[in-house]
Design a protein around this ligand. Structure first.
Ligand code: PNW
Length: 463
């Protein structure tokens, strides 16, 4: 082992999941209905009409799942809290039984030496708020979110020290309130949607984005007010990363400008405190309506920046004329991982945190998700040979290590996902886990990649 393959001391080796994707128990112990329950129960929305009613049954099997995490040397677990378990109606009276589940889970994690990192919103909005306010179309949802976040920090704050407010603004806003079109090469796009399944105008969509970042900012303040001193908070965003074709100052400057613009509605305003003129002028230019006070709330100081890193959004070269960069098309033959949207380039794992540091001066960064789907099968010898995932992880962590060795302040990495789970509109078809799950028997089997992760975490190094 050469020293230059290691990560900084204290680096977290985490795995991640989200409530709707793994918990099941969709109507147990007083839980309210979420927009994903409603959406998945509506025929035609999800591949094979799968749903998360049972999913991995993590709600009942969390002890086994924590022990599996322990067995692969994970030192952190990023899970999400289902808002409708805590407030079945979105607001009002809390449901103690719902909170008790997370309290038991946290105890189990701490006993196993695994640090809990809680995400407060991974898309399962209480259906009651969708019905009452049109979900994130209303500022009232942002305020209800902050009340719920503050309550959780009060109740779990003695043991949970790290919170992510919202997971992937871009995914649930664009996907749920319109449709996302992801560039996959050769001019083709892949369409991604999700709950609540609306199709708003560009102007309405911009207002929804504004309410989502406002909800984040209000929640940051509520978590700080509700939790004990030392509670840490940030967001987890699917950052749109522009990769410079060549690593020279002029290309990097172009990549910075493109990344700043590409994240204008979310990261750029949350970290910079302003909407760019370009963003305010673009499609739907009459919105968002906002106040200076709201901008201050949205840009509340954070303890860390969480980024989900899967793929580059684009490649750029510099131009003389504004905006100073040009996004070049992704080639038709560009390699992809198993998911149709998953354009492959490990260099994004170097550039994503590097750009977060250079554009916004972040002093602590977490990779809150990284991983890939693969066509995993349980073979007759009882093993799962996910050679492509091992290749993917080695290549991406190599690039992350390159960043930390240059002083980019990345404090931890969360692999997506701890286990195969309900992959939203793709149902149970797209397997992202280190652990294979048979969705009939619910039996768990560690894959080859789990063996790889165990050794990498043990050595705190790329292996
Ligand atoms: C994320 N893209 O979604 C979510 O946070 C997870 O819940 C999900 O299971 C995981 O990544 C895998 O899909 C993404 O098009 C959706 O680049 C779309 C993209 C990336 C991540």
């Amino acid at each position: 082992m050469t020293a230059d393959q290691t990560f900084p001391d204290g680096f977290y080796w985490g795995v991640g999941t989200s409530s709707y994707q793994v918990e099941g128990a969709w109507d147990e112990d007083g839980k309210g209905v979420s927009i994903w329950d409603r959406y998945a129960h509506t025929p035609g929305n999800i591949k094979n009409d799968d749903n998360g009613d049972i999913a991995n049954d993590h709600y009942h099997r969390y002890k086994e799942d924590v022990s599996l995490m322990r067995s692969i040397n994970a030192t952190a677990y990023r899970f999400s809290i289902a808002w409708p378990r805590i407030f079945p109606e979105g607001a009002g009276e809390p449901n103690k039984k719902g909170l008790d589940f997370y309290s038991r889970l946290v105890d189990e994690l701490l006993a196993a030496g695994i640090e809990p990192f809680a995400t407060l919103y991974h898309w399962d909005l209480p259906q009651a708020l969708q019905d009452r306010y049109g979900g994130w179309q209303s500022k009232d949802t942002a305020h209800a979110f902050a009340d719920y976040a503050g309550h959780v920090a009060e109740q779990l704050g003695d043991r949970v020290k790290h919170y992510f407010t919202i997971n992937e603004f871009a995914s649930f806003v664009e996907g749920g309130y319109q449709i996302i079109e992801v560039q996959v090469g050769g001019g083709k796009t892949e369409k991604l949607g999700g709950a609540p399944g609306l199709n708003l105008s560009p102007a309405e969509l911009k207002q929804v984005r504004h309410h989502a970042v406002l909800g984040h900012g209000l929640a940051v303040q509520a978590i700080r007010a509700g939790g004990p001193a030392g509670t840490k908070v940030g967001f987890a965003e699917n950052m749109a990363v522009a990769i410079p074709i060549i690593d020279t100052p002029d290309y990097v400057k172009a990549a910075e400008a493109a990344t700043r613009n590409g994240n204008a509605g979310f990261m750029t305003v949350m970290l910079g405190g302003t909407y760019t003129d370009e963003y305010l002028a673009e499609a739907g230019g009459t919105t968002p309506t906002f106040t200076d006070d709201e901008l201050t709330i949205i840009a509340s100081p954070l303890d860390f920046v969480g980024i989900n890193v899967y793929k580059p959004r684009s490649y750029v070269e510099p131009t003389e004329e504004p905006p100073g960069y040009r996004e070049i098309p992704i080639n038709a033959s560009h390699p992809k991982m198993h998911s149709a949207w998953h354009v492959l380039d490990p260099a994004v794992m170097y550039w994503a945190p590097k750009l977060v540091q250079s554009i916004w001066g972040a002093e602590s960064i977490f990779i809150t998700e990284n991983g890939c789907a693969a066509s995993d099968t349980l073979t007759r010898d009882g093993r799962v040979y996910d050679s492509d995932r091992v290749m993917f992880l080695r290549a991406f962590l190599d690039q992350l290590q390159r960043a930390t060795s240059e002083g980019v302040p990345v404090d931890g990495y969360f692999l997506w996902s701890a286990q195969d789970n309900f992959e939203w509109i793709a149902g149970f078809g797209d397997r992202f886990g280190l652990i294979y799950v048979d969705f009939d028997s619910l039996q768990r089997t560690p894959k080859l990649s789990a063996e790889w992760f165990r050794e990498a975490a043990r050595r705190n190094a790329v292996v």
